[in-house]
Design a protein around this ligand. Structure first.
Ligand code: DGL
Length: 274
């Protein structure tokens, strides 16, 4: 057990944050795998997209959101955003040392590449994630032989956020990006942005099922289960309805969020920036 986690109790909530709806892909997977957990989601729609922001700005947003989630008494905070995981995970670990458990979305996917023994891996993500080279560096540090080809695909997150997926616009943008020479001959493609599971089927169609398409939802859920089990912090029964906060409420966010989460979710505007 983590030395400072002894004061946490199983019925405390799990905090999850992202720049917008993307992290709902992770929240949804966790909700289904761990239905007894009380989830508190925060989508920072004021600052979306994070992928175009500087690392310093993303660190500042992540710090403030984590403070909010800690005030809600969370036992664990899941950084359900690759851009924030790349820029802010180490800083958050240092800043909140021992106060809360943190899970990022990068390490579980990196470990899945290594355990599946992929040799020629493509990574698509926001500019912030690609510029950090976090996937390349982490994969190479575990296996120098794996070829890692990265491509920033900055149009995809705003496209999905606006509800443009499973249609002609998304098909054309996806095929334009994936035809890039850097992504030829890959055996696996990492969807290194938590928005991208919404277009996973379209990406799979582009490759005719010949490339393994990996996203972080299941692998992150497995890590969460493992950590909560080890820390004896799994909630034995449901104590509270899940809560979904956004820093700026828009109708389109709510519609996309509801469609995606698969059930009605009530969004509440939460001003943490004033
Ligand atoms: N979903 C986020 C990620 O995983 C960020 C998308 C964005 O806001 O740019 O990177």
């Amino acid at each position: 057990m983590h030395p400072d986690m002894t004061h946490k109790s199983p019925n405390q909530p799990i905090g999850i944050f992202d720049s917008g709806i993307g992290g709902l892909t992770v929240a949804n997977a966790i909700h289904h795998a761990l239905p007894n957990e009380h989830l508190i989601y925060f989508g920072d729609t004021v600052h979306l997209p994070y992928g175009d922001k500087s690392a310093d700005a993303i660190r500042y947003y992540s710090l403030k959101i984590s403070k909010f989630l800690l005030e809600q008494n969370c036992k664990m905070i899941i950084i359900a955003c690759n851009s924030a995981s790349s820029a802010a995970y180490d800083m958050l670990l240092d800043f909140f040392e021992g106060k809360v458990l943190f899970v990022n979305v990068v390490d579980p996917l990196v470990n899945a590449v290594i355990s599946n023994n992929y040799q020629n891996v493509g990574v698509i993500a926001t500019k912030a994630t690609i510029n950090s080279s976090i996937y390349r560096n982490k994969i190479k540090s575990l296996n120098q032989k794996v070829k890692v080809n990265q491509l920033a695909t900055p149009l995809l997150a705003p496209m999905i956020e606006e509800g443009f997926y499973s249609g002609s616009i998304s098909k054309s943008i996806i095929s334009n990006y994936l035809s890039h020479p850097d992504l030829h001959d890959i055996d696996a493609l990492l969807l290194a942005c938590t928005h991208y599971p919404l277009i996973k089927a379209e990406i799979d169609e582009f490759y005719n099922g010949k490339v393994a398409i990996m996203d972080s939802t299941d692998v992150v859920t497995n890590v969460v289960i493992q950590i909560l089990t080890e820390e004896k912090l799994l909630s034995p029964k449901r104590s509270h309805e899940d809560q979904f906060y956004v820093s700026d409420y828009t109708k389109s966010f709510e519609e996309t969020a509801r469609n995606f989460y698969g059930e009605n979710i009530k969004l509440e505007a939460q001003q943490i920036w004033t």
